[in-house]
Design a protein around this ligand. Structure first.
Ligand code: C2E
Ligand code: MG
Ligand code: MG
Ligand code: MG
Length: 281
């Protein structure tokens, strides 16, 4: 039933949370139990090859089925999770779950990979590498099939210790994506030092493609060239319309993600939609 209610149920969460008598303290207490009580689940959004429509990867996105408030989007609880440090067990669960899902998916399509978002706090933790290797090893997933998505702001706080940790992850074969690229303040010299493998062009630029805004086109084009120069992969995020799809393809972005290709779905649905997305539509 929750599934059938779909997006509309999801949207009302914002107001439900605001109007409900659930206080911040209660929500924190609830979140403390959420991981152990199995209230979190993941949805997977396809990342496609723009030339062929083939699904190459999927980004794991966390949702919380709150016992009284219904399904909460990440924006509703991740800020609280970050403030309280509960983001660490949440993301650890996400990494393990996503690796298990990817291993199952690869039984049908051995080339696919999975991406998970991780909060800045993890980069300050010496046990990040142990967490990641336990998850990939436990699931039987090759390290190269896991991408960690980090935001520019998470990376910019980075000390030499953080850069070292990222290099160790790279040496293990883990992929590192810079998420929401273009919205932070990272300098080109910093980009040079981060051992990233991929840039994800932020949705805010992509969403202005196909409008009168010529600067949006120039921005996405610039990020795509920058990635090529640094030998990084590119994913255009938040592609919703045919016009945006045509623009990111014309610019030469290799990969795309967005409602134009597929919304986030539960794992069983991901497993049954392996056919290429119709990019020629
Ligand atoms: P993100 O990593 O940039 O993920 C993409 C977000 O954009 C997702 O929202 C996705 O549903 C949405 N999106 C994708 N395509 C389109 C599109 O075509 N149009 C529009 N309007 N939106 C699109 P979601 O699932 O609500 O996640 C929001 C953010 O929460 C994520 O942004 C990520 O920063 C964070 N997040 C999600 N899951 C996790 C997690 O497990 N751990 C951590 N630390 N952060 C997470
Ligand atoms: Mg992401
Ligand atoms: Mg993003
Ligand atoms: Mg984003």
């Amino acid at each position: 039933a929750a599934k059938a209610a779909g997006k509309s149920a999801y949207r009302t969460c914002t107001s439900a949370l605001r109007e409900s008598a659930v206080t911040r303290a209660e929500l924190i207490a609830d979140l403390r139990r959420a991981v152990d009580e199995g209230q979190l689940h993941l949805e997977y959004q396809p990342i496609v090859d723009l030339a062929t429509g083939a699904v190459r990867s999927a980004e794991a996105l966390v949702r919380w089925r709150h016992p009284r408030l219904g399904v909460l989007a990440p924006e509703r609880f991740l800020p609280l999770a970050e403030e309280t440090g509960l983001i660490l067990p949440v993301d650890r669960w996400v990494i393990h779950e996503a690796c298990r899902a990817a291993a199952a998916w690869r039984k049908r399509d051995p080339q696919v990979t999975v991406a998970v978002n991780i909060a800045a706090a993890h980069l300050r933790r010496p046990d990040l590498i142990a967490t990641v290797t336990a998850a990939t090893g436990g699931a039987g997933l090759p390290a190269r099939a896991l991408t960690l998505e980090l935001t520019e702001s998470a990376l910019i706080e980075g000390s030499d210790v953080v850069l070292d940790r990222l290099r160790q992850l790279r040496e293990l074969g883990i992929q590192i994506a810079i998420d929401d690229f273009g919205t932070g303040y990272s300098s080109l010299s910093y980009l040079h030092r981060i051992p990233a493998t991929e840039l994800k062009v932020d949705r805010s630029f992509v969403s202005r493609l196909g409008t009168e805004d010529a600067r949006a086109y120039a921005t996405v084009d610039m990020v795509n060239r920058l990635a090529a120069a640094f030998d990084l992969a590119v994913v255009a995020e938040g592609v919703e319309t045919d016009a945006q799809h045509a623009a990111v393809t014309a610019i030469g972005c290799v990969h795309g993600q967005g409602f134009r290709y597929g919304r986030p779905v539960a794992l069983p649905e991901l497993l049954t939609t392996l056919t290429p997305v119709d990019v020629a539509r």
